[in-house]
Design a protein around this ligand. Structure first.
Ligand code: SAH
Length: 225
């Protein structure tokens, strides 16, 4: 899967994209991530990318020309399945949406900054707007990192154990059951005996019951769906 990320702060991605699962996915050629500095598409000596909002008000707005130029240069190269804008008022990212997007081949993710982008870009270029939660971030870079991470771990071959993304929370409409590792006893705190019983069938049943119980307590909305 190929990601083209448009941003004013490409350096912000250095951390999230160069470790652990995303790093491995890139090395294996399963994910390709291209960062595009929006300023490179700005005109003039000052490479201006933002301007005052019409009618006044607080904050700057990302200008239409550099964005249009950057988007068009990418779209000239290849067909994109989706042109995503990260936005607090977008569709909320959840596991079903991540699953759906992970089937795509090429996506663009546009990161906003300041007060956001000129609305006409949203009207004429953006095919999907995604929010990572009902709060406001300073920019779309953290949101884009979250989106990329949630998609990349779903790509076939990325996770060592093929089934491991499927057993994560939300994949079956339930949150995960609790997990334990050695030692069996720590300060007198015991691992549930059932997990040491070796009885595969009863263990599976216990995990399922725990998942349902936790979902009822923590995410009752999932059970209604
Ligand atoms: N004035 C805007 C917020 C701008 S925040 C408003 O009130 O809606 C600056 C940029 O950060 C946005 O353009 C967007 O790209 C990004 N952003 C902020 N919060 C986000 C969120 N919850 N999810 C995804 N992107 C977000």
């Amino acid at each position: 899967m190929r990601f083209d990320i448009i941003t004013l702060f490409p350096e912000m991605f250095a951390g999230p994209f160069s470790h652990s699962i995303i790093k491995r996915a890139k090395e294996k050629g399963l994910a390709e991530i291209h960062l595009h500095q929006l300023r490179d598409f700005a005109a003039g000596r000052h490479r201006k990318v933002d301007d005052y909002p019409f009618s006044g008000g607080a904050g700057m707005v990302m200008m239409i020309e550099p964005l249009a130029r950057c988007l068009e240069s990418l779209q000239k190269e290849r067909e994109y399945d989706e042109v995503i804008y990260t936005s607090p008022d977008g569709e909320l990212l959840d596991q079903p949406l991540a699953n759906q997007l992970s089937l795509y081949k090429n996506i663009i993710i546009l990161c906003g900054h300041y007060k956001g982008i000129d609305e006409r870009i949203r009207e004429h270029f953006i095919t999907r707007e995604i929010s990572i939660g009902n709060y406001v971030l300073s920019g779309g870079e953290l949101a884009a990192s979250v989106i990329v991470d949630s998609l990349v771990r779903l790509l076939p071959g990325v996770l060592g154990n093929e089934s491991s993304a499927l057993s994560d929370s939300f994949q079956d409409g339930l949150v995960s059951p609790p997990v334990y590792t050695r030692p069996r006893t720590f300060r007198g705190w015991e691992v549930p005996a059932i997990l040491l019983s070796g009885d595969e069938k009863r263990i599976a049943q216990w995990k399922n019951e725990q998942a349902i119980q936790r979902t009822r307590q923590r995410r009752p909305g999932l059970l209604d769906e």
